[in-house]
Design a protein around this ligand. Sequence first.
Ligand code: ZN
Ligand code: ZN
Length: 366
Amino acid sequence: MSSLTSMETASRLPRLRAALDEAGCDGLLVTNLTNIRYLTGFTGSAAMLFVLPDETVFATDGRYETQSAEEMAAASVEARLVVTPAAKQREMLAPLVAGVKRLGLEAAHISWARERAFEAEWFQGVELVATEGLIEELRRVKDPGELERMARAAEIADLALAAVRPMLAEEPTEADFGRALDFEMRRFGASGPSFETIVAAGPNAAMPHHRPSEWRIKQGELIVLDFGAVYDGYCSDMTRTLCVGSPTPDDGRVVEVVAASQAAGVAAVRAGVSCADVDRACRQVIEGAGWGDRFVHSTGHGVGLDIHEDPRVAATSSDTLQAGQVVTVEPGVYLPGLTGCRIEDTLVVTDDGCYPLTNATKDLAV
Ligand code: ZN
Ligand code: ZN
């Protein structure tokens, strides 16, 4: 495979620093590993990042000494590396914040127990500030290197679906089919699925987050497949509804309405449009068909290093879309005990509209 466009990792710490003042702190302790990855390129499972007024300190344990140095060098990120055994963490790291008056913590990612330990034991005399979404805000708009990774993740999912599609005609169980899909994603280069693959056939399709079961997929039933791949840390997300043979007229009508709703949502996505308006565009079509109360979730979400991130595409969202954001549009109709349908694309927002990363056909036929 061709080499990837490098990401603009080194520009992220300066951008974060510029936002600290407004957040009411002169230092920030980053503990969320996904955010640490975003800021430094580090992909391991243990680290703390101190964004201090005069320097950045990356702390990890001996397992990651070499890896973290290599990954930060590859991303051209400048941080002082401190390697601490777990037993010496507090002793070695607490003094780092001696010159900090107000230390921000990531409120959404820190446990009560940890905050209490920081306050009572680690950082006495330092005012701790609960910050929210500082790094998540930066993560909303993707750089070209990120978009390339997400496009690759989506392409892997497309290829995997194309490879296993014919297997549906053999009437496999949901679980067997889900495993085949996951296997193909890995075979095409995914490090894994971006969330637990959903395979929901027949009446199970009425449950938006049904777990693949021993239910045998049958002719004429709708089959909802919601899945994605992870490629170099970045997620994809796609839902397709399929059918072996022809759906019943009632099921066919559900598919028609959801497809029209999804198309209306995609047509609404453009920089400057509010997320609430995209949600409304989808919802109006389903309400028009009389199933407004059967569209039981919001229209979509941002995607990136996490499968669900900002902005949320929901009626209650106050966010406005910006070029370079990546969001899903995934309306559905769920008729308990009968059937369900959802169709989802992952879209890159542009100044004059959007383009899909997910390109698998929306044809029902397997
Ligand atoms: Zn999905
Ligand atoms: Zn989704």
